[in-house]
Design a protein around this ligand. Structure first.
Ligand code: ADP
Ligand code: ASP
Ligand code: MG
Length: 456
């Protein structure tokens, strides 16, 4: 039986959390391969550091860097690492510092150098986790994920190559497993066939774990995080939401795609390809159960969940020539694709097309110039996408009016429904997003018979 476990950043944030993660492995759910995220906050801090380094904010870089150093040194002291591990940790911290100095010198951060810098977070956490496991008597070996997660060279959002991964796993991971060791590796990071470091996109450790589960034809993938499963809404936004005992691959994919941060959206693809069940549970409350994600599930309620994704940008292109013209949309979408803009929602009218963009950082002057040659462009920022996830939504009589009746006092910027009967999505101002999801969750899920809100 081969089990892959992934621990997120909060599960490895400090020594007590790491001890708890090891307790989960020893007492609840052993694993053959463990995928580690960077300590919580480290990837964000490194992104900030890179911006500050390139922007010549030397003092800020120094103080932020010292915090990262301090956290890792404190953790290593608490684990009681060997001299070798301490030296490896120090050389990783040195590498981190050198990469930042390079960015400061060049006053520039390329996506390739950013990937190199970001990997240091996961390389440090995996090194310390493996040592902590060894100290608990679990014989473990660290495998550099860059040897196994083979990707293309799309830095920051690299696409894995499952066939190459399978081969690399047989070469670099299987021998350790055969000798009875537990393999610890990094989430989120990979490399091209030529060994150039890449990353899979924010939150990508879940995806790494699923790719390894696929390559090893694992029986289970266990994602250990800071909540006891996938809830009917983000519990940090709607505390009355409940953990869902089971979800189908499709439901989980829809939820992750439209905003449930608890899972990276691509995690489901490898699991579906190999039909590997995924469990999502809390490192800190392993007895509270969690969510099993499988091919098929028993109950299929009309509305399963409400999700929210913030930081959305709405781009509207209008051109009177679009009326009864041919090829306008093709040119518009072609320009977006060439500039790597990821489009989610789309609505069109006679002379306008509106889209939401999930990666607005790619919306630079060059793209805008090109788009403005095609049409008049308007941009609205600070929006939130709300997704209602369920079954046969667009075929259920009265559902749309029920969904929106509780939102009479809200301005809804755009509604997308009909393309899939598994979701209905709409946009609201980000500042009202929490209030809107709470209302929609209340009216569509909590109002259902049998839903009891627990009170303490
Ligand atoms: P990790 O560091 O373990 O990868 P993440 O922060 O990426 O953890 O994901 C866990 C967080 O996802 C939770 O703390 C929760 O606030 C958020 N989240 C968003 N939507 C959901 C949901 N539907 N169910 C559970 N958690 C959710
Ligand atoms: N450390 C990476 C991030 O924060 C990957 C992950 O945690 O999944 O995005
Ligand atoms: Mg995550």
């Amino acid at each position: 039986m081969c089990i892959i476990a992934k621990f997120g950043g909060t599960s490895l944030r400090d020594a007590p959390a790491m001890r708890q993660a090891i307790k989960v492995l020893c007492q609840h759910s052993p694993a053959n391969v463990i995928v580690a995220s960077a300590l919580s906050g480290v990837t964000n801090a490194l992104l900030n550091l890179a911006t500050n380094a390139a922007g010549h904010c030397k003092d800020q870089v120094q103080s932020q860097f010292e915090i990262i150093e301090l956290r890792h040194r404190l953790l290593s002291d608490q684990i009681g690492v060997s001299r070798d591990v301490r030296d490896s940790m120090e050389s990783l911290l040195k590498e981190m510092r050198m990469r930042l100095e390079g960015m400061a010198l060049l006053q520039e951060v390329s996506s390739r150098s950013m990937d190199l810098l970001l990997t240091t977070g996961e390389r440090l956490s995996s090194l310390l986790l493996a040592e902590a496991l060894n100290r608990e008597g679990i014989n473990s070996a660290v495998v550099d994920a860059r040897k196994v997660i083979i990707t293309n060279d799309n830095h920051g959002q690299a696409e894995p190559d499952p066939v190459a991964i399978q081969k690399a796993v047989e070469e670099h991971i299987t021998p350790h497993l055969e000798s009875g060791k537990v393999v610890v590796t990094q989430g989120f990071i990979g490399a091209t066939r030529d060994g150039i470091t890449t990353t899979l996109g924010r939150g990508g450790s879940d995806y790494s774990a699923a790719l390894l589960a696929e390559a090893l034809a694992a029986e289970e993938l266990r994602i250990w995080t800071d909540v006891a499963g996938i809830y009917s809404c983000d519990p940090s936004v709607v505390p009355t939401s409940k953990s869902l005992p089971e979800l189908s691959f499709h439901e989980a994919a829809e939820m992750a795609t439209y905003g449930a941060k608890v899972l990276h959206p691509a995690t489901l693809w490898p699991a579906v390809r190999q039909d590997i069940p995924i469990f999502v549970g809390s490192t800190f409350a392993p007895d509270d159960g969690g969510t099993w994600i499988r091919q098929s599930v028993g109950e299929q309620p009309l509305v399963r969940a409400v999700v929210v994704r913030k930081n959305q940008t709405l781009l509207t292109a209008s051109n009177l020539k679009m009326f009864q013209a041919r090829g306008f949309l093709a040119r518009f979408f072609d320009a977006l694709a060439r500039h790597d803009l990821s489009v989610d929602l789309v609505t069109t009218s006679q002379v306008k097309v509106s889209i939401t963009i999930d990666n607005p950082e790619h919306l630079n002057d060059k793209v805008l110039c090109e788009l403005k040659e095609i049409a008049h462009i308007e941009i609205e920022e600070n929006l939130a996408l709300i997704g209602i996830i369920g079954h046969d939504l667009t075929r259920e009589q009265g559902f749309i009016s029920q969904a929106f009746s509780s939102l009479d006092d809200q301005i809804i910027r755009l509604i997308c429904c009909g393309a899939s009967d598994r979701n209905v999505c709409f946009l609201v101002d980000e500042e009202h997003a929490d209030e809107v999801v709470t209302t929609v969750h209340g009216s569509l899920i909590e109002n259902r018979e049998h839903y009891e809100v627990e009170t303490c």
